[in-house]
Design a protein around this ligand. Structure first.
Ligand SMILES: Cc1cc2nc3c(=O)[nH]c(=O)nc-3n(C[C@H](O)[C@H](O)[C@H](O)COP(=O)(O)OP(=O)(O)OC[C@H]3O[C@@H](n4cnc5c(N)ncnc54)[C@H](O)[C@@H]3O)c2cc1C
Length: 471
């Protein structure tokens, strides 16, 4: 390996996501190369100059090591370097991650390349991914990030969850969403609100991918309006009897356990909802056929019917009549996951587009030589970067129980989903007719991103959350 000949760091500014331009003069494989490296440092607020300098010093080595990794591995690895000599875009990877998160991101990306990408076509055709892939995700530690170690998880954080969501979505949204729902949108109800007995029984198996969980809240007549659900849980001797219909339930055909929201006090509106654990095979529980969907074709989505299903009192999840608050609480991570998936789709689409316009010639030259094409790519990159920054900020704030977290999460969910829609649509445009061919990756990303503006709270709900503060 060659040595770094010089590093100078300049152009410091005090913005939150600080852009540092470092000109590295490196010696690689016996030849002298130089490159502009754009490096963003998160959490650097005004007034932190000293600690920022300290951080920079500590980071110089890491920057160089990562830069060498690009040279040595042909730009294959996710690094926080955006450009290599000649200005060719290598990647648009998040740059505010702590080193341990970078390592985790690298692992997730390698997993995705090796295990997920080869499985996409089959999973899309089957309407779900294989059980084996599910277990492999578990073995790789991708499904137990919010589960404490004592219950079989790794007890990491929301940033790590966002990383998994982003990296899996780069391959396929449908493959990403099933495990994300099981581990982080449904399984976290058990982790955070279930009893020790529930956690002992389920959490390790959910983290290992052995068991799958669904969250069943939406109904044919109530989606955004969670308080409007009509599924009823009536108290009987030893437990409750639940009757109602749930719609668009992810993993319904695969699930071992359903976390079901039902009204225990219909007169009390949102204060009368309780969540229950309903086990697959419970008498009166049935699921419909898989719903054919515009996108997310490799995820299983069905109607769930509960016909007088008995649930023992021990299987109430959390507090009686606390379900609405619990569901809203868990929506926060769900929204971060969906935002991160948007970032993943957009990043992948951007890279596909860059590759395409480099290779495709028209009017006697590669498309990339047209300024309007390059400008389109530049706006796509800006959209991705801003979406990524707000998404990971939301994940950090959620982890830190920051008071701004719900608003930042709403901004991230809205912005990443809308930005992903614009970026992926632009990528289709740059692909021309080949972008419109159904089997192509780019068309699949285009199909998959549409749900991100609907699931986990529609755009309008996110804007409602934000606009309440203006009243
Ligand atoms: C593929 C897929 C998977 C899903 N997985 C699950 C799951 O696992 N579990 C689960 O419980 N649910 C799931 N859902 C349901 C999803 O969460 C809902 O579809 C979503 O919350 C929107 O509800 P809705 O479809 O009833 O739309 P509605 O609430 O009827 O909204 C329709 C439209 O009305 C407008 N609107 C709604 N509210 C407002 C408002 N406050 N202000 C202004 N306009 C508004 C918006 O334009 C909105 O798009 C899934 C849905 C899909 C499509």
């Amino acid at each position: 390996m060659g040595k770094a000949a010089a590093i100078t760091v300049g152009d410091l500014s005090d913005s939150y996501a600080l852009l540092i331009r470092a000109r590295l003069c490196c010696t690689a494989t016996g030849r002298r190369r130089s490159a502009d490296v754009v490096y963003r440092v998160g959490r650097c607020r005004t007034g932190c100059r000293v600690s920022l300098r300290d951080r920079l010093d500590a980071m110089k080595c890491a920057v160089l090591q990562r830069y060498w990794a690009i040279f040595l591995h042909g730009g294959k690895y996710p690094v926080n370097v955006l450009y290599r000599p000649g200005g060719k875009v290598l990647d648009v990877t998040m740059t505010t991650l702590a080193p341990e998160h970078h390592d985790f991101q690298l692992m997730c990306r390698q997993f995705t390349d090796k295990k997920v990408r080869p499985a996409v076509a089959q999973a899309e055709a089957d309407g779900h991914q294989s059980e084996e892939l599910w277990r492999e995700m578990g073995a790789a530690g991708m499904l137990g990030l919010m589960t404490p170690e004592e219950f079989g998880g790794s007890g990491r954080d929301e940033v790590a969850v966002a990383i998994v969501a982003e990296e899996l979505a780069r391959a396929a949204g449908g493959i990403a969403i099933g495990p994300m729902v099981s581990a982080y949108m449904a399984g976290t109800h058990i982790v955070d609100y279930g009893t020790d007995a529930h956690r002992q029984e389920f959490s390790a198996d959910v983290a290992s991918g052995e068991k799958i969980v669904s969250i069943a809240v939406t109904e044919p007549g109530a989606g955004s309006d969670v308080a409007g659900i009509t599924t009823r849980a009536v108290e009987v001797d030893g437990g409750y009897r639940i009757t109602g219909r749930k719609m668009f339930i992810t993993n319904a055909g695969l699930a071992d356990i359903f976390v079901v929201g039902a009204k225990t006090d219909p007169e009390a509106g949102h204060r009368g909802i309780t969540t229950f654990l309903v086990r697959d095979g419970a008498e009166g529980l049935s699921v419909g056929r898989p719903l054919p969907k515009m996108g997310w074709r490799s995820s299983d989505t069905r109607e769930v019917v509960l016909d007088d299903v008995f649930v023992p009192s021990e299987d109430v999840v959390g507090g009686l009549n606390r379900g609405f608050y619990q569901i809203m609480g868990k929506f926060q991570l769900e929204r971060v996951v969906l935002a991160a998936m948007g970032v993943g789709h957009a990043t992948e689409a951007f890279q596909l587009a860059v590759r395409h316009v480099r290779e495709r010639s028209a009017f006697g030259a590669p498309l990339l030589e047209k300024q309007s094409v390059r400008h389109r790519l530049a706006t796509m990159e800006i959209e991705i970067d801003t979406a990524r920054m707000i998404t990971y900020l939301a994940a950090e704030q959620l982890r830190d129980a920051h008071p701004d977290a719900p608003r930042t999460v709403a901004k991230a969910k809205y912005h990443a989903a809308v930005a992903a829609a614009r970026v992926v649509d632009d990528a289709v445009q740059l692909h021309g007719g080949s972008g419109f061919v159904e089997e192509g990756d780019i068309a699949r990303h285009h199909r998959d991103i549409r749900i991100l503006r609907i699931g986990g709270g529609v755009d309008e709900v996110q804007l409602d959350i934000l606009s309440k503060a203006y009243a």
